[in-house]
Structures are given as structure tokens and as C-alpha cells.
Design a protein around this ligand. Structure first.
Ligand SMILES: NC(=O)c1ccc[n+]([C@@H]2O[C@H](COP(=O)([O-])OP(=O)(O)OC[C@H]3O[C@@H](n4cnc5c(N)ncnc54)[C@H](OP(=O)(O)O)[C@@H]3O)[C@@H](O)[C@H]2O)c1
Length: 362
């Protein structure tokens, strides 16, 4: 650890995701690329801040502030991590940037593409780093899958991808102030979990990020979007099918994404689409003999399963990659560049336009 480069984080909020991220920042790892210091924490409540430190980073000695501003203005902080509800991501990123800070902001990065562009424009002017914390894209599993699809072409050309995220949430039982229930905080399945199936669909993108033709539908309860179904059609003929719902429980340990190609398919599984654990490549072999065999006989395929060990909560790769970006002077993430975040926000904007989901102020 002694010779590793060091980065000092300012953590905004003591909420759930901040606690998971900090757990991983302080994880003792033999292969860590960076030494992560929790320099300061910004919270609405000092007592929450003290408890957070006790539970999640007891061996560090961060400054605890009862405002986010003090973190942005802490000269000892190299990068600010933002873990507020989505509706505040734009506001909080803009304030951190205005104070000259680098920023890693949770997904959904903003409420819409317009806000995302504003944040990137501000970062450009201030010459600071900003990135969306889409941890899935940093995972070795996702990156290996990209390599197999695009460099090795293990299933030929990708023709379609199915992906789903189901997570049962009884919204009516939650207090009106919950981020799952309050529209003003960005409540709705698409921005919260639908962004993952869309990221699985994007594993088939090479570098082009073409805007697909979209057909989408959403349903609402108490004004909150609870189901999203979207079909994405690309000019090559490739199709993507993505869904998200808070009405149905997911199936732990099961397949949540399937990628089909001209020479086989790949099944991706794990407890949730944000925490994938393995994938199996089913590569079609020689001449199947008959159309029936081609359809049904598993022996026509050679299968290989790739397992990826869990490390901490799964944020270590995002943390190291982001820190290295900043320490090496980059202003955009080498894994999630600005254009990628804007592209995903534009897709979600169009799905919401068709689905009839509008947030306050839009
Ligand atoms: N990457 C992932 O896998 C993942 C997983 C879960 C969530 N997220 C994202 O992280 C963000 C936060 O989600 P979360 O589950 O951590 O939420 P959470 O547990 O409710 O925490 C949000 C925190 O934001 C602060 N906050 C400021 N204004 C607030 C307000 N009006 N209402 C509620 N909280 C407010 C509070 O912290 P203080 O009181 O300390 O200021 C609160 O603890 C969301 O955008 C979500 O999409 C990402």
C-alpha cells in the first residue's frame, strides 16, 4: 500500500449507496491500484455522519461537515462522490464543479440529457473531471464480455439483446418522502433500475453509440412509473429489448440478460443485473444437420462459463479506475465518457416521452 498513489475523497451523504461505496474504498486489497483516503463527509446531520464513520470507515479520520458545501470547499479533497437522490445530482454536481472539484456522481447521472449536458459543459469550463458512477461498466465481467463480443466475435455479429431488472417495492407502504415514492426525488423504475438493462443492451455497442429507433411503454401507480418496456431498433437490424419493474420480484442467481448473435448466444446471470456473477457463451458448432436440431439440440453448441469472484461490494474497479483517471489528469472517464452518459440519458428521455413520465420542473 505504501507506494501506491493516493486520492482523497469527499463523500456526499451518509445514505445507502455512499455506505457501500465507502466500504469498498477502505477495503484492504492486495491488488489495489490506489490508496483511497476518506477525507471528509458531508451530511444533513452530524450525528448520522459520526455513526457512518464508526460503521464504514472507523480506521480513517474524516472531517464530518453538516453541509455539502463544506466538502466542496475543503482544499484537502481531490474528488467528490455524490450519493444524493437523482433529482439532486445535477444541482450537487454543479455546486462541486463551481468550487473546482472533480466529481463522481451516482446513476442516474441526472434527470435528463439536458441536465447531463449542463454538467459536462460546466466541467469543461472549469477544467475538472466529472463521471457517471455506472459501476457495471467498470466490472471485469462486463469488460471481458465486450472483448469476447467485439474482438473475438465469439457469437458472430450481435443480432439482439434481452435484459431485465425486476425489484419488488411496495411503494404505497413507503413514506411520501421516500426516493422511491417522491416524484420530486426522481421516483420511478427506469432511472433507478432500468438504466441497468439499458447498459446491458449497450454491451453490444462498439464505439458508434447510434441512437436507435425506440418503441416504449410505461405504467404508473400513484403517479409513479412502476413498469418500463422498451424495444430499441438499430439501423443494422440489431434489436434490444429492455424492461424494468418495481411490481415483480427478480429471480436471484438467474439469467437476466441474453445476447444473441449470428453464431450463438450468451446468458448472463447473477443476483441482480447490477451485480452479475457469471456468463455462459453458447457458441454454435458446425452444420446442425437439420433445422430442428439447430433450434433445440444443445449438443450443437459448445458452452463455456466465465465466473467472476465477488470483491467487496463490487465498487473497487470503479473506485480505482476513477482515481487513476483523476491522478493521471484526465477530465473524462476512460470507461464512461461524457458522450456515453448523454447517449443513455437521451434513450431514457425518449422512453419517458413515449411512456408519459414527467418529473417536476421538466
Ligand atoms: N450504484 C448502485 O448500485 C446504486 C444503488 C443504490 C442507489 N444508487 C443511487 O444512489 C442515489 C442514492 O440512493 P440511496 O439508495 O443511497 O438513497 P438513500 O439511502 O435514501 O440516501 C440518500 C441520501 O441523500 C441525502 N439526501 C439529501 N436530500 C435528501 C432528500 N430530500 N431525501 C432523502 N435523502 C436526501 C441523505 O443523506 P444525508 O442525510 O447524509 O445528507 C440520504 O441519506 C440514487 O441516485 C440511486 O439511484 C446507486
Amino acid at each position: 500500500m505504501a507506494n501506491l498513489p493516493t486520492i482523497r475523497w469527499g463523500i456526499i451523504t451518509t445514505g445507502l449507496i455512499s455506505s457501500w461505496f465507502v466500504d469498498d474504498l477502505v477495503l484492504d486489497r492486495p491488488d489495489a491500484k490506489v490508496k483511497h483516503i476518506i477525507q471528509s463527509i458531508g451530511t444533513s446531520n452530524l450525528e448520522k455522519g459520526r455513526k457512518f464513520v464508526e460503521q464504514h470507515c472507523p480506521n480513517q479520520n474524516p472531517q464530518i461537515y453538516d453541509s455539502y458545501d463544506q466538502v466542496y470547499n475543503d482544499a484537502e479533497v481531490d474528488i467528490v462522490y455524490i450519493g444524493t437522490p437523482h433529482a439532486y445530482h445535477c444541482r450537487d454536481s454543479m455546486q462541486a464543479i463551481a468550487a473546482g472539484k472533480n466529481v463522481l456522481c451516482e446513476k442516474a447521472f441526472a434527470m435528463n440529457a439536458k441536465q447531463a449536458r449542463e454538467v459536462f459543459e460546466a466541467a469543461k469550463k472549469k477544467n475538472v473531471y466529472v463521471a457517471e458512477a455506472m459501476w457495471l461498466r467498470h466490472r471485469p465481467l462486463y469488460r471481458k464480455l465486450q472483448e469476447l463480443l467485439h474482438q473475438d466475435k465469439v457469437i458472430g455479429d450481435v443480432t439482439r439483446v434481452f435484459a431485465d431488472f425486476a425489484s419488488e417495492i411496495d411503494i404505497s407502504s413507503l413514506p411520501p418522502t421516500s426516493r422511491y415514492r417522491d416524484l420530486a426525488l426522481g421516483a420511478g423504475s427506469l432511472l433507478d433500475i432500468g438504466v441497468y438493462p439499458l447498459t446491458w443492451l449497450a454491451v453490444a455497442d462498439e464505439k458508434d453509440m447510434e441512437m436507435p429507433r425506440i418503441v416504449a411503454s410505461q405504467s404508473h401507480e400513484e403517479g409513479i412509473e412502476v413498469t418500463t418496456s422498451a424495444i430499441l431498433q438499430y439501423s443494422s437490424g440489431r434489436m434490444g429489448i429492455a424492461s424494468s419493474t418495481t411490481k415483480t420480484k427478480g429471480s436471484p442467481g438467474r439469467i437476466f440478460a441474453v445476447i444473441h448473435g449470428t453464431k450463438g448466444h450468451i446468458e448472463v446471470s447473477g443476483d441482480t443485473p447490477s451485480i452479475p456473477e457469471s456468463f455462459t457463451v453458447w457458441a454454435r458448432q458446425t452444420d446442425p444437420g437439420s433445422p430442428e436440431k439447430a433450434l433445440f439440440d444443445k449438443e450443437q453448441y459448445e458452452s463455456k462459463t466465465y465466473e467472476f469472484p465477488k470483491v467487496g461490494r463490487g465498487f473497487v474497479w470503479e473506485a480505482d479506475n476513477t482515481a487513476l483517471d483523476v491522478l493521471e489528469g484526465r477530465k473524462e472517464s476512460s470507461i464512461v465518457p461524457w458522450a456515453m452518459t448523454v447517449h443513455m440519458m437521451e434513450i431514457m428521455d425518449e422512453i419517458r416521452r413515449q411512456g408519459g413520465t414527467v418529473y417536476p420542473g421538466e
